[in-house]
Ligand binder design. Structure first.
Ligand code: 5GP
Ligand code: ZN
Length: 110
């Protein structure tokens, strides 16, 4: 399996996992851009937003439920945080397994 995020999901390479359930894994980014920087990753290998299909809607919606839970846990609801999904090389996507970045403690504007 060449996909690095699939390998993290399968625990063949290590990651600092902060949440896991049947459909989703969340782990700390290896190169954090903020005090908090995690990646929310569906366990199903979907390459990019361009590859989303109707049956992926529940897991993508669930991603936002987990974002809310983590924001409450880390007490950053009021402070705020950034969610980013890069799409394709031109959009800054380096890992071809769909994921959402959740970053806090980084005030730089896009
Ligand atoms: P992208 O540019 O594809 O939106 O984001 C990929 C992210 O994955 C980058 O922020 C990068 O630091 C992170 N990343 C790449 N390889 C690994 C890894 O092996 N472990 C972890 N925890 N993060 C990784
Ligand atoms: Zn994958």
């Amino acid at each position: 399996m060449a996909c690095i995020f699939c390998q993290i999901i399968e625990r063949t390479i290590p990651a600092d996992v902060v949440h896991e359930d049947d459909d989703l894994i969340v782990f700390k980014d290896i190169n954090p851009k903020g005090a908090i920087h995690v990646l929310l990753v569906p366990k199903t290998h979907i390459a990019t937003v361009n590859d989303l299909e109707i049956h992926h809607i529940p897991v993508m919606g669930h991603m936002f439920e987990v974002v809310q839970q983590l924001a409450a846990t880390w007490d950053i609801v009021e402070q705020g945080y950034r969610l980013t999904v890069n799409v394709g090389r031109g959009g800054g996507q380096e890992v071809d397994h769909i994921h959402m970045h959740m970053v806090s403690g980084w005030m730089r504007r896009p």
